[in-house]
Structure formats: C-alpha cells, structure tokens
Design a protein around this ligand. Structure first.
Ligand SMILES: Cc1cc2nc3c(=O)[nH]c(=O)nc-3n(C[C@H](O)[C@H](O)[C@H](O)COP(=O)(O)OP(=O)(O)OC[C@H]3O[C@@H](n4cnc5c(N)ncnc54)[C@H](O)[C@@H]3O)c2cc1C
Length: 409
C-alpha cells in the first residue's frame, strides 16, 4: 500500500487526501493548526462559493494560466459538483455561482471530514512540517512532533493570504530547499487603499461602478459590480478582481490609479442630458437636492464640492460648463492607489511555485520525483466567484490520484 503524506489540511490537502485514499493509499495529513479546513469556514461570507458553472481560461491567472487546463480536464466543474453531491452537498446555483443548499460553509468542511474519517485518513493536527527530504525510496517529512516516512509527499500548504487560518508561508523554505523557485507572492482579491483624504466622508457607501485599473496611465484591466467605499479606499468585487494587478504594479514601484465610473449604466451624452434636466428643470431645488435619487446621499456633497458647486446653490442657476464637468467627473473619478490591505485581508495570493517546474497532468514536481503540489501554493490564482476553491479541489484531486499511482485518464 502506498503511503502518502499531505502537508496542509486545507481545501486542496483534504481533496488530495480523499483522492489518494480512494485510490488505495494510506494517507496522513499534517496540519499545524489545531483543526483542519479553517479557511473554508470563512469562504463566501460563511456560505462557501465552492465552484462556478462558467469555466474558461480568463477565470485563472498566473505566469501561465493555461497550466490549469489539463488539471480541470481531469477534475473540473462537473466532477466537483458530483464529488460534493456524493458527499452530501446539494448544490444551490445563483447566476452560475455554486453554494451548498444549506448556505453554510461549515457543511462543506463537515462532509470532507466525514469522508476522511470513512477512508481512514490519519489527520495529525498541531503538527508543523519543518523539513522534507527526498530518500532513495520515498521521502521523509520532519515535523515539530517527529519524522514520518512516505512514498510521496503532497505540498498543500496554501499561499500567504489570510494567515490567521494557517497559511503563513512556513513551508515555503522547505519547498525552496528541494530546489523549487517561486513567483513572488502578492495579495490578490484584496481591498485597495487610496491617497485621497475624502474617503472618510463616503465610507460605507455601496454603489454600482466600473473600476478601471491604470498602471503608469495605461488601462490594465477593468471590472464592473458593487463598489464598496471604505474610510481609506475602495473594496467590493470589482476592486478584488483588479487588485492582484494593482499589487504587482505597486511592488514594481509603478504609479497605480483606479478610474471610477459612478454611472456605468449611462453613456456620457445621456448622462449629461439627465444632469442638465435635473439641474435646469429642478425648480425650487438646491443643487444637492437635484441629485437625490441618482446617487447615495453620502456621495452628493463630495461630487458637488469637487466640481465647485455649492450644495445650497439654486439648481437652475448651476452653469452648463459646471454640469458638463460634473458629468465628466462622474464617469472618471481618478483615485491614486497607495497600497493594498495586505495578505492579512486578502482572500487569495498571486504567485507561488513556478508552474514550469511542475507537470500539469499530475501536479508532480519536475525537479524532485515523488513530490506533488496542490492549491494556492502553486502560481495560479482565480478571480472572485468560486475559482480559487475550484483550483484547490481540482489540483488536490489530481495530485492525490497521481501520487497514489492510480493514473486514470
Ligand atoms: C475570507 C475568504 C473568503 C474566501 N471565499 C472564497 C469563496 O467563496 N470561493 C472561492 O473559490 N475561494 C474563496 N477563498 C479562497 C479559498 O478559500 C482559497 O483559495 C483556498 O482555500 C486555498 O486552499 P489551499 O488548500 O490551497 O490552502 P489553505 O486553505 O490555505 O490550506 C493550507 C493549509 O496548510 C496548513 N499549513 C501551512 N503551512 C504548514 C506547515 N508548515 N505544516 C503543516 N501545515 C501547514 C495551513 O494551516 C492550512 O490549513 C476565500 C478566502 C478567504 C480568506
């Protein structure tokens, strides 16, 4: 019977362990926290968005996003839904996003733990891997609680995001000592902080917005969705989607800005007509009152003041050129990005073990045979919407099956 050691009991480690055990291997998970799967409990605001019906290459990022294709071909969206359904998770779909019907992330963790128990997978918690050595036959993992020998070892130790759940990078040195190299890690799916001081006055507002990321003045990517304004910057899904590129550009010392379109549902001309109508026909209204119903009341003073319009000014007396300037401003408010909120607040990390050093068919190391990788430790990150967990389940399953030597196409 093959013995497999899995370092890390997160989403990818548990899936790898289940796949290896189902293929007949004796599996041990080594987890340095007091319990496995801590991060899963926080996913999807406690509801766990565990996959997404829409799957294409644009949903995955890294130096070589196409690395995911052979992995997803073996264990992709359909297999994931079937896997969890068999374990007890009845799927609930919302616009292609999948959640457990109970809407409890804890249910996802529970069914994984039940399956580990059914398969007799040994789970050792409070046990940190401190060294991995390749032996002539197999490998040895040293931990702070002694050494273990196995035929194969799977690194499923996560990235650097949300380190309080255990993914603290403590295994990266072990991986480097085996000869692997990393694409530098940055936070991904994270809030951005801005240099402008006005954010305190608009904190808490949520609004439909298009966010365009500019690096040294050039548009790098954009997204539209619910923008959340915080007391120091911008958050929400459209910000998360562009944040990894912001983090990388900041790291390179480039100028990073976000152009915010607060009226993404109107082109410039219809917006100007709407504003003109509101101001010029706003009989008896102040300038501030003329915008009620178009924007959150918290945003109106900022928008007017930034355009030299007094709040109490009679709406009908606001000059045309000021209305035009306001329209331009609303379509393109450029904010200077100072930083990200860092790994502590990030939902994922970009970067990781270089995919060119791994076999995409098996997740095995090309440098050290018998060593496998799964999940966020690899240089693949997904966009918001269930893709990071999909990558964890998929790469975990593929690593587990192949490490157990049960190669099925
Ligand atoms: C708040 C939040 C919400 C999220 N929501 C979603 C969502 O809804 N949908 C989605 O797709 N993705 C979501 N994600 C991302 C997703 O949870 C992660 O990408 C995924 O869990 C990564 O799985 P992993 O197994 O690679 O790593 P992790 O889950 O981080 O697991 C790694 C494990 O390895 C252990 N470990 C690390 N080093 C050692 C060591 N030296 N020895 C022993 N053990 C070690 C850690 O303690 C940890 O348990 C969210 C993330 C966060 C933080």
């Amino acid at each position: 019977m093959k013995r497999i050691l899995v370092i890390g009991g997160g989403a990818s480690g548990m899936t790898a362990a289940i796949a290896a055990a189902r293929s007949g291997a004796a599996v041990t998970i080594l987890e340095h926290m007091d319990r496995i799967g801590k991060k899963i409990l926080s996913t999807g605001n406690g509801k766990c968005n565990y996959t997404n019906r829409r799957q294409d290459l644009r949903c995955y990022r890294g130096e070589d996003p196409a690395f995911v294709l052979p992995v997803l071909r073996q264990f992709g969206f359909e297999e994931t839904v079937a896997f969890f359904r068999e374990l007890g998770i009845y799927p609930k779909e919302r616009d292609g996003y999948f959640y457990p019907a109970s809407e409890q992330a804890a249910a996802v963790l529970d069914v994984l733990r039940m399956e580990l128990r059914r398969l007799d997978v040994r789970v050792v918690t409070g046990c940190e891997a401190t060294a991995v050595r390749k032996l002539k036959n197999g490998c040895e993992v040293t931990t702070d609680r002694g050494s273990l020998r196995g035929d194969c070892c799977i690194f499923a130790c996560g990235g650097r995001a949300f380190p309080k759940s255990g993914s603290d990078g403590s295994a990266f040195g072990l991986i480097e000592r085996l000869g692997h190299s990393f694409v530098e890690m940055t936070p991904a799916l994270v809030q951005l902080t801005a240099k402008q001081a006005f954010f305190k006055s608009i904190a808490g507002v949520r609004t439909d917005c298009r966010v365009v990321l500019l690096v040294d003045g050039t548009c790098i990517c954009e997204d539209r969705g619910e923008l959340q304004l915080t007391d120091c910057g911008i958050s929400g899904i459209p910000v998360f989607q562009v944040s990894r590129f912001a983090a990388q550009a900041l790291k390179r010392g480039q100028r990073v800005q976000a152009a915010l379109d607060f009226v993404p549902y109107l082109e410039r001309e219809p917006l100007y007509e709407e504003l003109s109508r509101r101001f010029l026909q706003g009989e008896g209204k102040t300038a501030a009152e003329a915008l009620v119903g178009l924007f959150s009341k918290k945003l109106i003073p900022l928008f007017l003041k930034q355009n030299g319009i007094s709040l109490q000014e009679e709406a009908g007396k606001v000059p045309r050129e000021r209305i035009q300037a306001l329209g331009r401003y609303l379509k393109e408010l450029v904010v200077d990005i100072a930083d990200t909120k860092g790994f502590a607040a990030a939902q994922a990390s970009a970067g990781g073990v270089r995919t060119e050093e791994l076999c995409a068919e098996t997740m095995e190391s090309e440098i050290v045979p018998g060593i496998y990788f799964a999940g966020e430790v690899v240089d693949i990150d997904g966009i918001c919407g269930g893709y990071n967990l999909q990558w964890a389940w998929s790469s975990g399953y593929v690593a587990g099956v192949h490490a157990a030597g049960d190669i099925r196409e």
